[in-house]
Design a protein around this ligand. Structure first.
Ligand SMILES: *Cc1c(COP(=O)(O)O)cnc(C)c1O
Length: 443
């Protein structure tokens, strides 16, 4: 399996190079030269396969021989060793809980898979410099990357986060790891952090001293394993409803990496229903699907802040899956956008009516699921049903959730231990020059 750049100006590379470099030299995103297609017999077998074996079979074609089978099996087993339960909220809407990993967010899976791939490649090439992963985070990504890469030999991680703008639990997740993880507390905004990281990737001096790579969903090693959620959801769905009821899927979307991975799973033969992208006020894609006009906007801040993205980087990959055909795209994908007031009142009403605590991202998805099902119920008596991907544990967003449900949320043991830990961070001015001289001083 080879990967080509969607900007079409760079040579094809294998999985290893795509994972190590993140983005193509022409700044395009990598995309597989052919999407693997599973036969009907394979799909039949997938119904009952254990999670680790299923993960191995799904990922193997994408890795394309760059990792030996035994190592890939181990990487897959470590990546998915927590639960992904499908929990009914109402008669027609179920929640696929993706927050049972170590940092309580779905990004744990991609971060772990990617970290172990980079660790494997670094062990292979002993003479080379270690990889240095640079990440700018508004909260969730940093924690998942820190936790996923902690202790991985041959890979150093530097996380830039905006001072005072991540939640207390998120900050502890970023700043208490130690070892190969360094947190820089930037006196600025998330956009400042992101600009500093972008400049670093372009800087000749830093690239001479470091093997720099990114750990966001641009990287194929983080993006592609997200397909696994959809396979795990489908295994549970067919036990509940059989294999003839379509499983419609609503995904809270920011950079569109997660939903795009689901559309890859469908393109490779997994029988999934309709996709719905649930968005907050950052509604570039919602407006595009309604108008065929793609207008980038500056991101606005919302209570579902992991979806505050003005120009979703993975949307070009969705267009590529659909061969840039707008009519085909609108047959498989819808999108709705909701404001913060709606989001908060939905957390309240779903808790009161169904005794289920949504996080703000899941709440946007719930609203989109209700709307999609209302617009697409038919008169033949068949009940349409959908799943929402619940991407984070509500405890990660205590302010809005506790206010909406009018009570405290219990802190799960997997993060409670953090509360006794000491934050360690390096203060940093929001300037690339300051960041660069710190990096060069370290090299
Ligand atoms: C990252 C994130 C999202 C958005 O996922 P994309 O793949 O960027 O669309 C949604 N919810 C939560 C909690 C996240 O952390």
């Amino acid at each position: 399996m080879q990967y080509y750049s969607l900007a079409k100006q760079s040579p094809q590379v294998d999985f290893k190079t795509a994972a190590i470099t993140g983005q193509a030299p022409d700044k395009g995103l990598y995309f597989p030269t052919q999407i693997p297609v599973f036969t009907a017999q394979q799909i039949e077998r997938f119904k009952t396969l254990d999670k680790a074996s299923l993960a191995f079979e799904v990922m193997k074609p994408y890795v394309g021989g760059c990792i030996d089978d035994a190592s890939l099996q181990q990487i897959c087993a470590e990546t998915i060793h927590f639960d992904f339960p499908l929990v009914p909220i109402t008669d027609t809407i179920l929640s696929l809980e993706l927050f049972h990993g170590p940092t309580l967010a779905f990004k744990d899976v991609g971060a772990r898979f990617m970290s172990r791939c980079l660790g494997y490649f670094s062990k292979q090439a002993r003479a080379e410099k270690p990889s240095t992963v640079l990440v700018a985070t508004s909260g969730d990504t940093g924690g998942a990357v820190a936790n996923g890469f902690l202790g991985v030999q041959g890979v150093d991680v530097i996380i830039l986060y905006p001072k005072g703008k991540v939640s207390p639990i998120q900050e502890l997740q970023l700043t208490t790891c130690g070892q190969n993880i360094t947190a820089l507390e930037v006196e600025g905004s998330f956009d400042d952090c992101q600009a500093m990281v972008k400049d670093a990737f372009m800087d000749a001096d830093l690239n001479a001293s470091y093997n720099l790579t990114s750990a966001n969903s641009i990287n194929v090693a983080r993006w592609l394993p997200q397909q696994l959620y959809y396979f795990f959801a489908w295994q549970q769905w067919i036990k509940l409803y059989g294999d003839t009821t379509p499983m419609h899927i609503v995904v809270p979307s920011g950079n569109f990496g997660n939903i795009c991975a689901g559309m890859m799973a469908k393109a490779s033969g997994l029988p999934l229903g309709h996709f719905v992208a649930a968005c907050n006020a950052n509604d570039v894609v919602t407006r595009y699907l309604a108008s065929e006009k793609y207008e980038v906007r500056k991101a606005v801040a919302t209570v579902s802040n992991a979806m505050d993205v003005g120009n979703p980087s993975n949307f070009v990959r969705i267009l590529e899956i659909m061969q840039n055909n707008f009519a085909s795209l609108t047959k498989v994908l819808s999108s709705y956008s909701f404001d913060d007031a709606h989001t908060a009142s939905t957390i309240h009403s779903v808790y009161k009516t169904h005794n289920y605590i949504l996080d703000p991202h899941g709440a946007v998805a719930f609203l989109a699921a209700e709307k999609y099902l209302a617009e697409n119920s038919n008169s033949t008596g068949n009940i349409a049903r959908a799943i929402i991907l619940e991407t984070a544990h509500p405890v990660k967003f205590p302010e809005v959730v506790e206010q909406s449900i009018e009570q405290k949320i219990e802190i799960p043991a997997s993060v409670a231990f953090l509360l006794d830990k000491q934050k360690v961070s390096i203060p940093m001015q929001p300037s690339f020059d300051a960041f660069k001289s710190w990096m060069l001083g370290k090299a």
